[in-house]
Design a protein around this ligand. Structure first.
Ligand code: MG
Length: 233
């Protein structure tokens, strides 16, 4: 039985990934100029990884990591104009329109009549709240939960606060590590929907929880899947 459905945001309801890829490409072009073509994307990715413990996830964290990487790789030679360019790039990312994924709105419209819906996302509070409001989807949700990490502890805390039993809680998301495994860990249910065109994080044969969650190709299949479960129960 499902009594409450929660959705991940980035890559599930809307697409934030493209924005990061575009910014990454601009940063790459800038660094190639300074480094005579010897720049590799992994330099920025390594800085981002190191910085998660300081800044968490999100656009602001990404912006600070670009500046730090640029300062390190150019050994301080990067010009103030180019630092300003990176600051502006970060602000543009924060102001960019939210690209809601296909069929999302119709699915939320249908499901919100039958279930309380919530969004559980990680990242920066202000950025995620703004995105949530600008998505035009906020009316379908009872609540928005922004957490710094998606681990079993954060999920348990949210469920306790909303007085939801884990066994009737369903999480829908595009990340096995963030949306699926921790929810199964605390006894909840999960539907994994890989985001279109994204590289998979793990191979199914490495997946310790394979068989414990459903996998759908598209969010449009969710209402039918829920219907079938209701009939089977
Ligand atoms: Mg996601």
């Amino acid at each position: 039985m499902v009594e409450c459905i929660a959705f991940d945001a980035d890559g599930t309801l809307w697409n934030g990934e493209t924005q990061f890829c575009e910014a990454q490409a601009q940063f790459r072009r800038l660094m190639q100029e300074y480094l005579n073509g010897s720049y590799e994307d992994r330099y920025l990715e390594e800085t981002e990884r190191r910085n998660i413990q300081h800044y968490g996830y999100g656009v602001k964290s990404f912006g600070l990591s670009m500046i730090e990487t640029a300062l390190e790789l150019t050994e301080g030679r990067i010009s103030p104009e180019h630092i300003r360019f990176l600051v502006n790039l970060t602000k543009e990312m924060l102001a960019a329109p939210v690209r809601v994924l296909p069929e999302v709105e119709a699915v939320l419209d249908e499901l919100s009549g039958d279930y309380p819906l919530m969004v559980i996302t990680k990242g920066d509070l202000l950025d995620q709240e703004t995105r949530f409001l600008r998505s035009g989807l906020s009316e379908y949700f009872r609540s928005l939960e922004v957490v710094s990490a998606k681990d079993p502890f954060s999920y348990s805390r949210i469920l306790r606060r909303h007085r939801i039993r884990p066994e009737v809680f369903l999480m829908v998301g595009n990340s096995l590590r963030s949306d699926i495994w921790p929810v199964l860990e605390i006894g909840g249910q999960a539907v994994y929907i890989p985001s279109p065109g994204a590289k998979n994080e793990v191979l199914p044969m490495d997946d310790p929880k394979l068989g414990q969650y459903a996998r759908l190709e598209h969010i449009g299949q969710l209402p039918e899947w829920l219907e079938a479960r209701l009939l089977a129960a």
